[in-house]
Design a protein around this ligand. Structure first.
Ligand SMILES: Cc1cc2nc3c(=O)[nH]c(=O)nc-3n(C[C@H](O)[C@H](O)[C@H](O)COP(=O)(O)O)c2cc1C
Length: 219
């Protein structure tokens, strides 16, 4: 795995991690390199909080006992998601649940799998990506470029990741634990660790729609 194309093509979301330590210095180096991502006007609007080992355990304990209000900052998906997006989302979900033998009717099984998001899927490290509430749509795309750079660099260095918008459902708890300034809004979390090679869920390889579906070469 040397070329950028190989790294891009072999990265995938990992949803079960080994209990294997992640070096905080490595995360720091990867974040520093990822900050070379472009951003409109060079605003670099990302604000990142990192949890690792002890702070991860502290956070997960805090979260289990959190009884405060939650007021999700944004809807994760648009209401009445249009085609072809709806099908892509459903297919990914069905492929994932069928890999781990959770049937369509097994609501409890699906819920329990979804709740693993809130354990960072067992990853010993993770980050939360915030953005100043003043920022708008263009700056949110900058966050995406930064996060993709980070995830690719992590993959290059042998680490695995899963971006997690589900954490937006817990913004109250997270902001309270981190004591973030009021002007910051949570975008997502990213689980960081080493994949469990024996876990079925990590066999998921999500499909992509063909280029003809989303690119138009203008004559
Ligand atoms: C911003 C963002 C948020 C995501 N949130 C979640 C999440 O909350 N839980 C989850 O299991 N996967 C989440 N994913 C992973 C996507 O489901 C995954 O990227 C997509 O299905 C494509 O698969 P791949 O990453 O394996 O290529 C997220 C991905 C992105 C980019």
């Amino acid at each position: 795995m040397n070329s950028l194309s190989d790294i891009i093509k072999s990265r995938k979301s990992i949803r079960a991690f080994l209990n294997k330590e992640v070096d905080s210095n490595l995360i720091k180096d990867l974040l520093t390199t990822a900050s070379h991502a472009p951003s409109g006007g060079n605003l670099q609007p990302w604000k990142i909080y990192i949890l690792n080992d002890k702070s991860m355990k502290k956070f997960l304990d805090f979260q289990v006992n959190w009884k405060g209000q939650e007021n999700p900052p944004y809807p994760i998906y648009p209401e009445k998601l249009k085609e072809p997006y709806r099908t892509s989302r459903n297919e990914m979900g069905e492929e994932m649940y069928s890999l781990i033998d959770i049937g369509r009717e097994d609501k409890v099984g699906r819920l329990n799998q979804m709740l693993k998001n809130f354990e960072f899927f067992g990853a010993p490290a993770g980050l939360f990506c915030f953005v100043d509430k003043q920022m708008g749509l263009p700056q949110w795309s900058d966050l995406g470029m930064f996060l993709q750079s980070f995830m690719l660099l992590a993959h290059e260095s042998g680490l695995d990741t899963c971006a997690q918008e589900s954490w937006s459902l817990k913004q109250g708890c997270i902001s309270n634990f981190l004591d973030t300034p009021d002007d910051l809004m949570l975008f997502c979390g990213v689980a960081i660790g080493y994949k469990d090679p024996n876990s079925k869920i990590n066999e998921l390889r999500s499909s992509r729609r063909p280029i003809e579906d989303w690119a138009t070469f203008v004559d």
